[in-house]
Design a protein around this ligand. Structure first.
Ligand SMILES: Cc1cc2nc3c(=O)[nH]c(=O)nc-3n(C[C@H](O)[C@H](O)[C@H](O)COP(=O)(O)OP(=O)(O)OC[C@H]3O[C@@H](n4cnc5c(N)ncnc54)[C@H](O)[C@@H]3O)c2cc1C
Ligand code: FES
Length: 278
């Protein structure tokens, strides 16, 4: 695989990305729609390096499926020096974007299969970049199940999308919270692992994609293994600290692999050689 996934002439130079929508999803996560100078040309599951001049850069997942226009969607959690500055930016302001970077998902791994998405918290943001193109060619897939969990009802991302997806024939959406925290809630209560034991799964036909907090993977993988889903039909989207996004700085190293280049999407069976991954 090439060390640089964007064209080599511009990989170090941020491109201007104008904010055309900034909507609060929760108290600390905002949905952004950015207009680029040209189409991004990304695959599902890839990420960009988002920057503010004079502040720094951070890897942020692309949250929309591949598209021909110049629009990029993302969800940004306000957590530290860069994301706090970005949270103060408004429609019309310009941010910097490098990328797209990383391996991403290959739709051919999912076509013709039943597909299970397991999304924990912010993990729904990158998986939406795969869910959108899968649902856009719905007839190419078998049964589709989307499990999406978050801590409390007010932490749920993409609620309108989740509801709209549940209306599509052959698509089951299971929304969960760890706790209702006494807020109104029309989904289930429990962890994202809970529904897996009762899902109508044919392990011979199923391919799964997972993204969520680090603690989630081990338990979801165990629940899927208990249902007979083989490791080569499970894809995980991992996060590591990143700086260059290009396989140069070593910040994202997992054993002998650079997560920014070989990942962030890995086939679970390929992680046997990377014991530090999960
Ligand atoms: C491939 C990839 C995709 C990502 N996608 C998204 C996304 O879609 N939306 C989003 O909001 N965030 C995403 N992140 C996380 C995001 O990059 C970090 O939250 C961001 O770097 C924080 O930048 P900051 O300057 O605001 O925080 P900083 O001031 O750098 O850090 C704030 C705190 O967060 C910790 N931290 C920073 N980066 C990470 C990390 N990668 N893992 C664990 N702890 C970290 C720091 O140690 C510190 O405690 C992604 C990360 C990766 C690697
Ligand atoms: S972020 Fe620099 S090598 Fe991966």
């Amino acid at each position: 695989m090439s060390v640089m996934s964007a064209s080599s002439e511009d990989v170090f130079v941020p491109r201007p990305a104008r904010i055309i929508e900034a909507t609060a999803f929760t108290g600390r996560e905002r949905f952004y729609r950015l207009a680029l100078d040209r189409p991004l040309g990304h695959r599902p599951g890839q990420f960009v390096m988002l920057s503010v001049l004079g502040i720094g850069e951070a890897p942020i997942s692309i949250s929309c499926g591949p598209r021909e226009d110049n629009i990029l969607e993302m969800v940004i959690r306000e957590i530290g020096s860069l994301t706090q500055v970005v949270a103060k930016r408004v429609v019309g302001d310009v941010l910097g974007i490098r990328g797209p970077f990383g391996s991403g998902f290959d739709l051919n791994d999912f076509r013709g299969r039943d597909v299970l998405f397991v999304c924990g918290g912010l993990g729904l943001a990158p998986l939406r970049s795969l869910i959108q193109p899968v649902l856009a060619e719905r007839e190419q897939y078998g049964k589709i199940t989307i499990i999406s969990g978050c801590r409390t009802p007010d932490a749920e991302l993409y609620r309108d999308d989740l509801r709209a997806w549940s209306e599509i024939e052959g698509v089951e959406v299971i929304r969960l919270v760890d706790s209702t925290a006494h807020q109104p809630w029309d989904g289930r209560v429990g962890l994202v692992t809970a529904p897996i034991a009762d899902l109508d799964i044919d392990p011979e036909r199923l391919t799964a994609a997972l993204c969520g907090p680090p603690v989630m993977y081990k338990f979801v993988v165990m629940a899927l293994a208990a249902r007979g889903v083989p490791a080569d039909q499970i894809f995980v989207d991992l996060e590591r600290r990143m700086r260059c996004g290009l396989g140069k700085c070593g910040h994202c190293q997992i054993n002998d692999a650079y997560c920014c280049v070989e990942g962030p999407v890995f086939r679970l069976s390929d992680l046997e050689r990377l014991p530090e991954a999960l």
